[in-house]
Design a protein around this ligand. Structure first.
Ligand SMILES: [Zn+2]
Length: 268
């Protein structure tokens, strides 16, 4: 627990000239602000690494658009360099290779789906922000007990009871196709309850899972992801089908989404 370590680091083909690198840190009580973490890439496993980007505790993916997957296809190696800011320690994570070889047809399907969703004139997608829920990284100072190794408060306003600093990663802008609202009134022991659910779909990025948030900033509507099923071709996830449940208007998540969007815009 006293060191920053990776739980996962993955490289996947993203397009003809692009690859997607995503990661998650193992739970740790270390403060990320005491470290400089950089993502590095090389064409050889042991040398020649160049820095792609600096990793913050609120990022979980990086798209590398400077690669020709088919023309000069070589294996790519990626690792992270983790260095304490005070210079006391510096180490590298194990090296990762691309998870599967790029496939022309799958990447073409992804490219076309992105056009279907995001085309300015004919696109069927709605511009949304996705907030991925954290499953690792720096544990929340307010509610996580490092000795008991668990969350000890039932309501935490710092991490929204997720257990990790801030609760969610920085928003990712994407297009999501939503079906018309499905209003349903359910009779329960507390009276009638209205449920608003959507079926929706999006492309392969960002990869969603249950508990993530989808925010339509123009209409001020927020959904939580209930279930995800994926469509794959030759191991490439090409499409994600989502079950979305609308978040109650009084939820703290609305304020969180607005604040985090403002922060990201202020940082440029
Ligand atoms: Zn907390």
């Amino acid at each position: 627990m006293s060191k920053i370590e990776l739980k996962s680091l993955e490289i996947r083909p993203n397009g003809r000239t692009s690859m997607l690198i995503s990661w998650e840190f193992a739970p740790t009580t270390e403060a990320f602000s005491d470290y400089t973490i950089s993502l590095e890439r090389s064409e050889s496993p042991e040398s020649g690494y160049t820095t792609l980007t600096t990793v913050t505790q609120n990022s979980s993916s990086y798209i590398d658009n400077d690669i020709r997957l088919f023309r000069f296809w070589k294996q790519v190696y990626v690792r992270m360099k983790i260095a304490a800011t005070d210079g006391t320690s510096e180490y590298y994570t194990p090296v990762t290779l691309m998870a599967y070889p790029p496939d022309v047809d799958a990447l073409e399907f992804i490219r076309r789906l992105k056009i279907t969703l995001g085309n300015k004139r004919y696109g069927v997608g709605v511009p949304c922000y996705v907030f991925l829920r954290k499953h690792g990284g720096q544990t929340c100072k307010e509610c996580y007990d490092p000795l008991k190794r668990r969350v000890i408060k039932s309501q935490c306003s710092t991490c929204y009871t997720v257990g990790y600093e801030g609760g969610f990663y920085d928003p990712i802008a994407t297009y999501i196709a939503l079906t018309p609202d499905q209003k349903q009134v359910m009779l329960t022991d507390r009276g009638s309850e209205s449920v608003s659910a959507h079926n929706a779909y999006t492309s392969h990025y960002p990869m969603l899972s249950s508990g993530d948030l989808v925010y339509d900033a123009r209409m001020l509507r927020l959904w939580i992801v209930g279930a995800v099923s994926t469509v794959e071709r030759r191991r490439h996830v090409v499409k994600q089908n989502l079950m979305l449940e609308e978040v109650d208007r009084t939820s703290v998540f609305y304020r969180m989404c607005e604040e985090r969007l403002a922060e990201v815009k202020a940082d440029g």
